[in-house]
Design a protein around this ligand. Sequence first.
Ligand SMILES: Cc1cc2nc3c(=O)[nH]c(=O)nc-3n(C[C@H](O)[C@H](O)[C@H](O)COP(=O)(O)O)c2cc1C
Ligand code: SF4
Length: 694
Amino acid sequence: VRVRHLWDPVRIGALELRNRIVMPGMGTFLGDPDRPGVLSAEQLAHYEAAAAGGAGLVLVEVTPVRFPAGAATLRQPGLATDEQEAAFAELARRVHAHGAALGVQLVHHGKVALADAARGEPVLVPSAGAGPRLAGDLVAGLSPDELARLAAVTGGRFPEPREATDEDLAEVVRAFAEAAQRARRAGLDCVEVHAAHGYLLSSFCSPAWNRRRDRWGGSPEARSRLAVETVRAVKEAAGADFPVLVRIDAAEHGVPGGITRRDAVGTARRLVAAGADAIDVSASGDPTSAVAFTEGPLPWRAGQYLADARTVRRALGGAVPVVAVGRLDPRLADAAVAAGAADLVALGRALLADPDLPRRLAPSGAAAAGRGGPGPRPCVACFVCVAGAFFDEPVHCAVNPRLGRRVGTAGWDRPAPRSRRVVVVGGGPAGLECARVAAVRGHAVVVLEREAVAGGALVVAGLAHPPMGDLARWLAEAALDAGAELRTATVATPEVVAGLDPDDIVIATGARYALPALPGLGTGHPRACTLADLARRGLPAGPRVAVVGDGGPALVLAAALSRRARVELACAAGSPGLGVAHPRRARLVFEGRRRGLVIHTGVRAEALGPQGLLVRDPHERERVVEADDVVFADPLPAADGPHPGAPWTGALVPAAGRRPRLAGGARVHCIGDVAGPGGLEAAIRAGFDLGAAI
Ligand SMILES: Cc1cc2nc3c(=O)[nH]c(=O)nc-3n(C[C@H](O)[C@H](O)[C@H](O)COP(=O)(O)O)c2cc1C
Ligand code: SF4
C-alpha cells in the first residue's frame, strides 16, 4: 500500500501533529475494578503501543467527567480526582516519548450510563416519557449465554430515565470543564468532547430523543446548546489555546426522526463558533438493535461515513480540520485526505488489529518512519473487539493476540536462549502465527503446508469474506519476513518431518471435515462437499445451494452465496452463526435474508435426494431443502486423545510408556482447531503463545 497524504503535517488549533492518523476513542474495558477510574497498567501499555506504532494523535477512550456518575462501566477511566489525573500524567509522559500527541475523550453517557443503572441510580435523559419507536431486536438475537452476560452488567436492572434539570446540566457542563482543566494539567495536548453515539450531549442534539421546549430543546440551536455550552466552558477553563475536538453524529441509523446530516452541519457550525478546534464526524444508531449498531457507531461497510465528513468539511469551509472515521483502511484514508473529504483520519479497528500500522506504512524520512517488513496486519471486520463492550468485558481482537494482553506478553520478541529447529505442520492461522513469532525469536522454522497456497481455513473463509484472504496473505508474508521458511504443496509425512531433524514439532493442521454418512450421498445430484473442499473447488455454482452447519463459517458462507444463488441454511442449533460476535451475526442474517436467504433452525440433515437435502424439523416433520449443491460447513468434533488431526501424528506422540518412534527427543505441540475447534481468534492466540514460549 502506498500512502502519501497521511504524512503531511496538520494542526488542530495550536497543536501540530506528526501525521494525520488518529486513534479514535475506543473503550477497552481494561480498567482495574479495584482501582476504579484510574488508568490501569494494561490501559497505559495499550495507549503507549499506539504512540509507539506511529499514530499522530492518540485519543484515550470515553472518560466520564463525573466518574463513576454518568459512566457505562467502572472499568472506564475517570478524570475527576488527583489519582486519576496522575495516571493520565504518566500516560502523557509515555506517549510523548514516542512523539505522538495525546488527548482524551470526555463523556457523560446519559441514557446508557449503565454504571448508574447498576447502582440503582437513574440515568439522565433530555426528555422522559416515550422515546422514538425502536426495533428492540437486540435481545432476541442473543444466545442464552450472551443474554445472561448482558443482564449481569446491571445486575438485571433496567436504566431508569430521569429528565435532566437545569441544575443537572449546569453540573455536567462544569464537570466537562474541570476534567479538561485536569487533562491540560496532566500534560495532555487536547480533549475531545463526546457529543455523539447517543450519549448525553448527542441525545440532546437529537430531535428524536429531545422533546423539550425550554432553552435546551425545540429548535436545532436549542438542541445543540448543551454541546455548545460545554465547548465554551471547556475552552474557558482549559484555556483558549488548548485544542478541543468534538465528535458529532451525522446520522442516527434506525432512529425515526433522529439526527440528520443537515443537523450535523448546523451543530458543527455552532460548535466552531463556540471555539471547537476540530470536528470528528461519526454516527450513531438505535441502541436496541444489533443491526443498527453495525450502521452506527460501528459501520460494517468500508468508508461508510466519508460522505458525511465531506459534507461537514465543505460546510465549514476550512475553518477547522475535520476528522473522518468509519472502516477506513490506509488506502481509503489516504484517498479521503487527497480528495478533500477530511483533514484527519481516525482508524479505529485498523489500529486495534495493528497499532504499528502507521510505522509500517510511513515512508523513510517521515516522523516515526517505517520499520520495513510486511504491511499492516488487516482487520477482518469481525466485530469481536466491540462485542465485549456490551458485556462489560475486556477488549480482545481476533487477529491481534496482544490486544488487551500487552502487560502479560511484554518481551514476547526477546531472543530465545537457544535457537531450536522448529517444524510447523500446517500453514493456517495457528501455524503461521507460531512460525512468525518463533522465527522473530531466533528459531529456525520450517512450515510444511499441504496446499499450494498457505492460509488453511482462511483460504476458504476468504472466498466468502475477502478480508480473511488478506489476513492469510499477511500471516504468510509476516512469517517469511521474520525468517521462517514456507514449503507449500508439501505433505508432511513422517519421513519429511524426520528429515528436518526438529527439536520441536508443531501440529497445526486445523479442523477436520468429512461428509456425513447420509443416504443418497454420491449419486451425483445434488453435489455434496465439505467447507474444506471449497479451497480447491471454489464456491458452489448452484443455482440452489443448501449450507448445513451451526458455526460462523456456515452463516458467513450462506450470506455470501445469497448474492448469487438461492440459498438455504440448515442449522441443528436454535440459532445460526454460533461463535460469531453478535453484531456481525445480526448483520449477516439481515443481509442474507434481504437477499432471500432462508434459515432453518433446529433441523437435522437426514438424507440427500434428487430434489436436494432432506431435513427433519423439531416437530419431526420431514421437509426438502431444494438444492443443486449441499455444503457441509461444520468441522468434525475434536477426536478423543491428545493429538488428533494428521493421521500420522500418533507416530510423533509418546504413547503411554513408549518413546515417540519418529520424533526422537523432539517436543510435540498441538495448536489451533486440530486441538479442538476454537476458531480464528483462539488459533492465532495459541500460535502466538506457543511461538513465544518455545
Ligand atoms: C472496541 C471499540 C470500542 C469503541 N469505543 C468507543 C469510544 O469509547 N468512544 C467513541 O467515540 N467511539 C468508540 N468506538 C467507535 C470508534 O471510535 C470508531 O468510531 C468506530 O470503530 C468506527 O471506526 P473504525 O471502522 O475505524 O473502527 C469504539 C469502537 C470499538 C471497535
Ligand atoms: S476484533 Fe475483528 S473487527 Fe475488531 S479489530 Fe480485531 S479483526 Fe478488526
